[in-house]
Design a protein around this ligand. Structure first.
Ligand SMILES: CC(C)(COP(=O)(O)OP(=O)(O)OC[C@H]1O[C@@H](n2cnc3c(N)ncnc32)[C@H](O)[C@@H]1OP(=O)(O)O)[C@@H](O)C(=O)NCCC(=O)NCCS
Length: 175
């Protein structure tokens, strides 16, 4: 069967499959189905799913943090086993940046999550943008509790296209 992939905003009906993908990853924190339904409902415009022949193959949940509406924070991005390493994670992030045109893309990542670190670096390269992966934890082990690893901030940007739009009016939109 042809493996055509459709990328679309999630609906609350996708919540169980989004949760399954998080569980399959063995990396992502697995939240309740209610959480995924809420993300799909309230943050539909900044979240995405990829579907092939009726099955969800990847998802991304994101939002703009309060008072930082030029930033898109990626809460979770997960790609199904069968689709790993085939450019799908990168495609979702690129689509998000192209569609939403944030100045910065952010996420927190554990130091040992090479696939995720490389994913964001690759997106930075795609847009010829800078990236910063902080050594100081954004959330420490103490913040997150027993058995959890520290999360470090990854920030990609500013993205050039947006930069030029903002600079046009002579306004410094970086701060
Ligand atoms: C991180 C994740 C979403 C990447 O998705 P993917 O579709 O497999 O990644 P892509 O194929 O788009 O690859 C993007 C870049 O990451 C690199 N990459 C992907 N998997 C990798 C791996 N296992 N090891 C090292 N680099 C890897 C690719 O080489 C590519 O870089 P390049 O463009 O320089 O070649 C996927 O591995 C995943 O679901 N992981 C579990 C969940 C997770 O950790 N999510 C991120 C934290 S929120």
């Amino acid at each position: 069967m042809e493996e055509k992939i459709i990328i679309r905003p999630p609906t609350s009906r996708d919540a169980p499959a989004m949760r399954d993908l998080a569980e399959q990853s063995h990396v992502l924190s697995v939240n309740s189905t209610y959480y995924y339904a809420l993300m799909a409902h309230h943050f539909q415009e900044t979240s995405m799913v990829a579907e092939s022949n009726g099955d969800l193959c990847a998802f991304l949940t994101g939002y703009s943090p309060p008072r930082h509406d030029n930033t898109l924070f990626v809460w979770q991005v997960g790609v199904g086993k069968k689709w790993l390493g085939r450019g799908l994670g990168k495609k979702l992030l690129i689509e998000l940046v192209v569609e939403k045109q944030p100045l910065f893309l952010e996420a927190t990542i554990t130091l040992d999550n090479k696939p995720s670190i490389n994913l964001f670096r690759s997106v930075a390269r795609h847009f010829s943008a800078d990236h910063l992966f902080t050594t100081t934890p954004f959330f420490s082990e103490e913040d997150l509790g027993a058995g959890e690893e520290a999360e470090h901030l990854m920030r990609v940007g500013p993205f050039e296209t947006i930069k030029s739009t903002f600079m046009y009016g002579g306004t410094n939109a970086y701060i």
